[in-house]
Design a protein around this ligand. Structure first.
Ligand code: ZN
Length: 131
């Protein structure tokens, strides 16, 4: 449980924390605020992520995700829900380019057989494969 750095990139900071602590399998929840955000939506027809920007300071209502392995490195998959000054929310798949204002995170490391992400032909996204 801890705090992520002011102005750090949200996704990269979580991945860095996992690398520093040798966490290769786990789940996390985080809350706080961001200065702006880069999110994405996976278009199931075109099979690509469509990114969009949120160019204002927002409350981080909830950021949840998991940690697994891809190409031997811990990779974070996170979804982020944000709210503005009127309580309106916007959310999506977290992308790099989301600077932290303040963030508190709780990571639960899981033990056992690692989950490895590999490209999945059926969906076009990297999904979990055992072993
Ligand atoms: Zn996602």
């Amino acid at each position: 449980m801890g705090r992520l750095p002011h102005k750090g990139d949200l996704l990269k900071s979580i991945e860095g924390l996992c690398q520093e602590n040798g966490i290769t399998l786990g789940v996390f929840i985080a809350l706080g605020a961001v200065k702006s955000a880069r999110l994405a939506y996976y278009d199931q027809e075109s099979r690509e992520y469509r990114g969009f920007a949120v160019d204002e300071p927002m409350e981080m209502v909830s950021c949840t995700g998991n940690i697994s392995l891809r190409d031997g490195q811990p990779i974070v998959h996170a979804h982020l829900a944000l709210s503005d000054g009127k309580g309106r929310t916007i959310s999506g798949h977290l992308m790099p380019g989301t600077p932290i204002f303040a963030c508190e995170i709780f990571i639960q490391e899981l033990l056992g057989e690692p989950l490895v992400r590999r490209h999945d032909e059926e969906t076009g996204v990297p999904l979990w494969w055992r072993g």
